[in-house]
Ligand binder design. Structure first.
Ligand code: BGP
Length: 468
């Protein structure tokens, strides 16, 4: 077809520190809240893929794969073991070496500043994201990164999936004594302020860099053409997408979301200067993590509020949907195939989402995550036949291409994940990588790297820039 991927498109791949590095207490690093709270039924964060010790071998595999850019995250407690104050030279050195290795191989580093791993000491000291004290500590962490790494890193992502931290409480620690909903909106406000500070600092310290959030988003479809369900789907977009993106892009709260918070007595505390700060920090680009779409229908006022229960065992049907009384409740899509973890496979939803965001914001977009988690098997002759992953990525890339034809300024695609790594909910049973890591939850084996079929497929896509 006549639609081509743009010149200098970032053919890339993604990882995150606590899921990939291991060495969770090495060379001065202290524990993060995810290190402590990870599901104890599966592998923990102590070794994961051992990237900390094998980064040179891993970058060589990236080079051979042909990726032009690599998205990784920087561990806050590795760089600042006390959350603030003295910089851990060995922590900074690790990232410097990694970045130099990437640059030496012509791979553009795309760095995420915060990917769920708050230093546990800050959680203990003042409750982490529930306190405005974190804004200064986060700003200090950003300053350290911009000072030591800003010369080499020109693409930054502030916070990964603020939207999901909000939806999936296992990524945050909440005070059990206080109402959960109230805490979520408060933390969301504080986190957005921290994100805005990071953008301000980046402008001052690394003026030639580009910076934005990485948001986990799904478009919401109505379950039926009942007008109540159509309205519910629009409001689900307001509560689960535009609440975050309007704050990032315009520094304002959606009226209907604000009204809901007022009616329920859960508005965040807004101090003088907050909204001005948010308005002054417009991102240069949006990072979008896309895995699936969602279906919703109207939920009556009398229903109880309910969080989503996610499937952690990989047995179909375990997911329980969210309920926001008077607004919407989640439902399942009978037209879509689902993964064993109940994630609904919908490549067209990605095109829909990209168009919705572009209509609203006209800003460059990069897909910071997209991929499929499943059980992979190593054959006796050392192969991994992950055709289901090739099928998934191929469909989604095709929709990216169509979205480019629609006029979306798509600048890159970072599948999740470059290599197998720890799934936060399901350990090493649920894999995402182009490269297999030879270990299980309980047996580290020798952690050898083995290229899957999808690795060779992606290599050819990057070489030809054709996605079939
Ligand atoms: C995103 C996270 C990633 C990654 C991915 C897959 O929400 O940003 O860190 O984990 O989802 O999720 P999971 O490993 O739970 O399947």
């Amino acid at each position: 077809s006549s639609i081509a991927f743009p010149k200098n498109f970032f053919w890339a791949a993604s990882t995150a520190a606590y899921q990939f590095e291991g060495a969770h207490l090495e060379d001065g690093k202290t524990l993060s809240i995810v290190d402590k709270n990870i599901n104890p039924n599966y592998a923990n964060t102590s070794v994961t893929s051992d990237h900390y010790h094998r980064f040179e071998e891993d970058v060589a595999l990236m080079k051979e794969l042909g990726i032009k850019a690599y998205r990784f995250s920087i561990s806050w407690p590795r760089v600042l073991p006390n959350g603030r104050g003295e910089v851990n030279q060995k922590g900074i050195d690790f990232y410097k070496k990694l970045i130099n290795e990437l640059r030496a191989n012509d791979i553009e580093p795309l760095a995420t500043i915060y990917h769920f791993d708050l230093p546990a000491c800050l959680q203990e000291e003042y409750g982490g994201w529930s306190s405005r004290k974190i804004i200064d500590d986060f700003a200090y962490f950003c300053k350290v990164l911009f000072k030591y790494l800003g010369g080499q890193v020109k693409y930054w992502f502030t916070i990964n999936e603020q939207s999901n931290m909000f939806l999936l409480p296992y990524l945050m620690e909440f005070n059990k004594e206080l109402p959960l909903e109230k805490q979520k909106y408060e933390m969301n406000h504080i986190m957005t302020l921290a994100h805005a500070k990071a953008i301000q600092l980046c402008r001052e310290m690394v003026p030639d860099a580009q910076i934005g959030p990485a948001i986990g988003l799904s478009p919401n479809y109505p379950e039926t053409c009942r007008p109540e369900d159509i309205q519910a789907a629009r409001e689900a977009d307001d509560f689960r997408t535009y609440l975050f993106t309007d704050l990032y892009m315009y520094g304002r709260y959606r009226d209907n979301v604000w009204r809901y918070m007022e009616e329920n007595g859960i508005t965040p505390t807004i101090q003088e200067g907050d909204m001005e700060l948010l308005q002054s920090a417009k991102p240069d680009l949006l990072g979008i993590n896309y895995y699936q779409s969602r279906v919703v229908k109207y939920a009556s006022e009398t229903m109880g509020n309910k969080d989503m229960t996610i499937n952690v065992h990989g047995k179909k049907g375990e997911t329980e949907f969210e309920v926001v009384p008077g607004i919407y409740q989640g439902s399942s899509n009978p037209y879509l195939e689902k993964t064993d973890w109940d994630w609904e496979i919908d490549s067209i939803g990605l095109r829909t989402l990209l168009n919705d965001l572009n209509d609203r914001y006209q800003i460059p977009i990069i897909i910071t995550e997209n991929g499929i988690g499943g059980v992979d098997k190593l054959t006796d002759d050392e192969k991994v036949h992950d055709q289901y992953r090739i099928d998934y990525l191929k469909m989604h890339l095709e929709q990216c291409r169509l979205a480019i034809g629609d006029g979306i300024q798509l600048i890159g695609y970072c599948p999740w994940s470059f290599m197998d790594l720890l799934s936060t909910t399901s350990g090493f049973r649920k894999r995402y990588g182009f490269v297999y890591v030879n270990r299980t939850d309980n047996d580290l084996k020798e952690l050898r790297r083995i290229k899957k079929d999808s690795y060779y497929w992606y290599q050819e896509v990057i070489r030809s820039e054709i996605c079939d």
